[in-house]
Design a protein around this ligand. Structure first.
Ligand SMILES: Nc1ncnc2c1ncn2[C@@H]1O[C@H](COP(=O)(O)OP(=O)(O)O)[C@@H](O)[C@H]1O
Ligand SMILES: [Mg+2]
Length: 370
């Protein structure tokens, strides 16, 4: 199959290069530091997401990689080549932006082959490359269509095909799915992940959507105020957040102030909770409770579980689950979910009901202040 050959060629091409290194990159606008001493090593073929709230410096970071933003200090390397001062078109990077940036007056085929034209690649090679790129994004037969005749998801796939047709070693994507509706976004996430596996290219993917980052990435770099706070696998970010910012950003967690009692116990307003994980040394500590880790204590929970009692303050029906808010006796409010199936409904409690919830010591996550 031709696609396989092309993939082999791509992979051979990619093995000539190592990963990407960002070393101490900063960007200032006047006195304001949009990016503050960021270092990151991305391995060849890795899918790394940059996740953070709006304004945390994600686009600035990607701009430095792509060559659109000149860093104030620091350097960017691809393999053993310093590309810090190379112009964008010499970097061999495929780029996909949030708003597609397709040429509306050109056909699908003309859009996709644009990078080949810009790079003055021999015209005789275009048809085979176009065919393969179209196959990869499942748009075979669409080459003569106009952009305005396509759906949002199809346009996004054209943008993708345009980014991969010249066999870049590195693909940068800045919130490429954020303009799509939820269903399409979720199916595109899965398609993109599969495409990454087929291509073997390195992908750096910017998003503010934590679920998207967790779904797609080998590792996720969490950014806040121009800095990378933590870079880890999705599982590690979830279970071992380095501070309250990460714990609050990943998953659906409530943060409650706690104080240290001993090496594996904290106090939440007098209620002692044991953790199976090492307690941080800092003075200001927070308990991070992910809503999926709480269950109603009904005698079947692990006997070592921490128990928290309180009163139901509100229940919210959210389709696949019902979210229950609980005012704790120990102070503060938590929420957890029960599935909205028959079994879940039997656990449903009403506002005013007194209940006890269980939290396993393995799920008892204590983090220092951000
Ligand atoms: N050209 C610019 N001039 C001045 N400030 C900028 C410029 N570009 C970005 N910024 C500022 O840098 C910060 C980070 O921006 P950005 O990288 O776009 O964040 P994100 O993509 O995470 O939303 C923001 O506070 C933004 O206002
Ligand atoms: Mg941005």
């Amino acid at each position: 199959m031709q696609t396989t050959q092309w993939n082999q060629m791509l992979q051979a091409h990619h093995t000539e290069h190592a990963g990407v290194s960002i070393r101490g990159a900063s960007k200032s606008y006047g006195a304001f530091r949009a990016l503050d001493d960021v270092s990151l090593d991305v391995a060849q073929g890795e899918f790394v997401s940059i996740l953070g709230p709006s304004g945390s410096g994600k686009t600035t970071f990607l701009g430095i990689l792509g060559g659109f933003v000149q860093p104030t200090s620091g350097s960017i390397w691809i393999g053993n080549r310093d590309i810090t001062f190379e112009p964008p078109h010499k970097r061999d990077i495929g780029i996909v932006f949030q708003n597609y940036a397709l040429f509306p007056h050109m056909s699908v085929g003309e859009n996709i082959t644009f990078p080949l034209r810009a790079r003055r690649e021999p015209r005789s090679e275009w048809p085979a490359k176009l065919k393969n790129a179209l196959e990869m994004v499942e748009l075979t037969g669409y080459e003569t269509r106009r952009i305005h005749e396509l759906s949002g998801g199809q346009r996004q796939r054209v943008a993708l095909a345009r980014a991969i047709i010249f066999e870049p070693r590195l693909i940068l994507m800045d919130e490429p799915l954020s303009a799509l509706d939820k269903q399409l976004r979720e199916s595109m996430q899965i398609e993109l992940k599969r495409l990454h596996q087929r291509l073997g290219a390195t992908i750096i993917y910017v998003t503010h959507d934590q679920r998207e980052a967790l779904t797609m990435s080998d590792r996720v770099a969490i950014m806040n105020k121009g800095r990378v706070v933590q870079i880890d696998t999705p599982e590690r970010l979830h279970d071992y957040p380095v501070n309250a910012f990460v714990a609050g950003f990943i998953g659906e967690a409530t943060l409650l102030s706690v104080t240290r009692v001993d090496s594996n116990t904290v106090s939440l307003g007098g209620t002692h909770l044991r953790t199976a994980k090492p307690l941080p040394m800092q003075a200001l500590l927070h308990l991070a409770v992910h809503c999926e880790k709480l269950t109603i204590a009904d005698g079947t929970q692990d006997p070592s579980s921490n128990l928290l009692t309180g009163t139901v303050s509100e229940t919210l029906y959210q389709g696949e689950s019902i979210r229950i808010f609980l005012k704790l006796e120990a102070g503060g409010e938590l929420s957890f979910r029960v599935p909205s199936n028959h079994a879940g409904r039997s656990q449903l409690r009403r506002a005013g009901d007194a209940i006890t919830v269980a939290l396993h010591p393995e799920d008892t996550i204590v983090v220092p202040d951000a």
